[in-house]
Design a protein around this ligand. Structure first.
Ligand SMILES: Cc1cc2nc3c(=O)[nH]c(=O)nc-3n(C[C@H](O)[C@H](O)[C@H](O)COP(=O)(O)OP(=O)(O)OC[C@H]3O[C@@H](n4cnc5c(N)ncnc54)[C@H](O)[C@@H]3O)c2cc1C
Ligand code: FES
Length: 505
């Protein structure tokens, strides 16, 4: 992107939420510019496990308590509609995204009795979801024990889907620009998006689909919290485990599915069919645990106890989910902003369906149509029943500010091995220090540019993550994820010896 441009709508962020919104608006004849700081799918959509479920992660027992039966029915309706919309788009656009309808099975974690399943089944039925209780899931390779069965859920390959959507979007005249970071959004009759490279975009509406919005300082960020989750993948013999979505009642829950692919796609030298078991879980508040290896290890042990056909773990990855205080996404007009600035955030671990709902809902709002889900997902909403969660998460945020007075993690820069980072104390300030593969030291301020919490090193992703509201920065301090919109402040590099003098444990 080299020049200022105009469009009906500017969509910021090319993950599933932004791309779906851009695609649906383009299908209605709107001129749309879609920009992304990186490349499409480089955010959380690129690391998702892509379960498509209308059984809300927090459970309908909780959703009914917080949103009432009517709200739960709308939530169920919207997530079912999202799965159907993905299926329809794949068919209409000829996108081969490995979409399949599969059953979902919610099974018991050892600490729980069957009562939890009885209650959840009753609540899910009140929400209008088809569900039955079984003594065992009728599947190969997994002894589930008592479980709930949700027929006709889905799974797909998110990046194949995203690429197909982008192709359809550009065929309809949509414009996509990668490597363009939006820095400010000014709503109003003619909204203005300013970007880091310089060119500006003028439009009549702006959709901020950056996973966590950078256009809001407090309103949304006090109502959602960042959690970090881990995933492993291991080959299983073909058909050893029936393709389905499996997850348990543990908190945090474990989630499992099977991806069929070819040996060649995994770097092998033939096209033999390969099934990969994908297992996730071990979540914690972002930047509030550093035992990465232990978490991957615990996940593997959990998998081996339940899926004995799994071979050695071949794949490991991780990512962030945003948990809202009331279990549903924030989708709609940005609170305290002009009427033509929209946000999609708060995936609550269900960003594939929430992102698709965002596309449908925001498209309706921009097109001036009523949408029955608008109030349920309104980012300005406050649910009285969520006050406890609100308090708990915000006390946790407040506690993070004590990091200003704690010591650094290392007493000498020599302790920082290549390709890792650590927080060090230099006099009164905390510094985030990264040693690159070549051994060179890179220092930035450890103070998050959103509201000043102290970031922590994420071993699994080699990023600096903020424990407060979800901001993430690369190893050199460049912002990857909002709400921060600015990079971590660079600290003039001294020679390493000199820097070492200032390090205080
Ligand atoms: C390990 C893991 C497993 C998951 N499993 C599931 C699952 O099974 N089912 C499910 O439904 N959900 C799941 N989720 C959640 C889901 O993946 C995410 O919620 C979803 O991908 C978020 O999509 P998004 O479009 O909101 O954000 P993203 O995919 O993160 O896209 C946001 C985009 O915005 C861009 N961006 C950010 N800031 C700017 C800026 N200032 N200017 C321009 N561009 C910017 C980024 O580069 C990025 O490409 C999982 C998440 C993780 C991490
Ligand atoms: S994300 Fe809010 S202080 Fe860092």
């Amino acid at each position: 992107m080299t020049h200022d441009t105009d469009a009906d709508v500017c969509v910021i962020g090319a993950g599933i939420a932004g791309v779906t919104t851009a695609y649906l608006l383009a299908m209605e004849g709107r001129s749309v510019v879609l920009i992304d700081d990186g490349t499409p799918g480089c955010g959380q959509t690129g690391v998702t496990t892509a379960h498509l479920s209308a059984e809300i992660d927090d459970g309908y027992t909780e959703i009914v308590r917080l949103h009432g039966v009517d709200g739960a029915r709308l939530a169920c309706d919207s997530h079912q509609a999202a799965i159907t919309r993905i299926e329809t788009i794949c068919t209409q656009e000829g996108i081969d995204a490995d979409f399949h309808r599969v059953s979902g099975y919610l099974f018991l974690s050892p600490e729980h009795g069957e009562q939890i399943l009885h209650e959840e089944m009753a609540a899910a039925q009140r929400a209008g979801l088809e569900v039955e209780q079984l003594r065992h899931a009728p599947v190969n390779g997994f002894n589930s024990g008592p479980c709930l069965h949700f027929p006709r859920q889905g799974q797909f390959h998110p990046l194949k889907y995203l690429n197909g959507l982008i192709e359809a979007f550009t065929r309809s005249g949509g414009r996509v620009y990668g490597g363009v970071r939006a820095t400010t959004v000014t709503g109003g009759k003619l909204a203005l998006v300013e970007t880091a490279p310089g060119p500006r975009i003028r439009s009549t509406a702006v959709v901020v689909a950056t996973n966590v919005p950078f256009v809001d300082v407090f309103a949304i960020h006090t109502k959602q919290a960042p959690y970090y989750t881990y995933v492993i993948g291991a080959r299983i013999p073909p058909d050893a485990v029936t393709p389905a979505l499996y997850w348990d009642t543990h908190d945090p829950y474990h989630y499992v599915r099977v991806q069929r692919t070819s040996n060649a796609a995994l770097g092998g030298d033939n096209d033999d069919v390969v099934d990969v078991l994908i297992v996730g879980g071990e979540d914690h508040k972002t930047a509030q645990a550093s035992d990465t290896e232990e978490r991957f290890g615990a996940l593997e042990q959990w998998m081996r106890e339940r899926f004995p056909s799994a071979a050695a773990v071949e794949f490991r990855w991780s990512g962030q989910v945003m948990e809202t205080q009331d279990g549903l996404g924030f989708i709609g007009r940005n609170p305290l902003d002009a009427d033509n600035v929209y946000v999609a955030t708060g995936d609550s671990g269900m960003g594939m369906t929430h992102g698709t709902i965002a596309g449908m809902l925001i498209c309706d709002l921009i097109q001036g149509r009523n949408n029955p889900w608008a109030e349920l997902y309104d980012p300005s909403r406050i649910r009285v029943g969520a006050a406890g969660e609100f308090l708990k998460e915000n006390l946790n945020v407040a506690a993070q500010y004590t990091s200003y007075i704690t010591p650094g993690e290392v007493s000498s820069l020599d302790e920082i091995t290549p390709a890792t980072g650590a927080i060090v104390r230099e006099g009164a300030r905390k510094v985030a220090v990264f040693r690159d593969e070549a051994g060179e030291i890179h220092k930035v301020s450890a103070v998050c540019t959103h509201l000043g919490c102290i970031v922590g090193w994420n071993k699994a992703a080699s990023t600096w993550d903020c424990p407060c509201h979800g901001s993430r920065f690369d190893a050199y301090g460049r912002v990857l994820n909002g709400p921060a919109s600015k990079d971590l402040e660079k600290i003039a590099s001294h020679s390493e010896d000199r820097a070492n003098e200032h390090v205080q444990k």
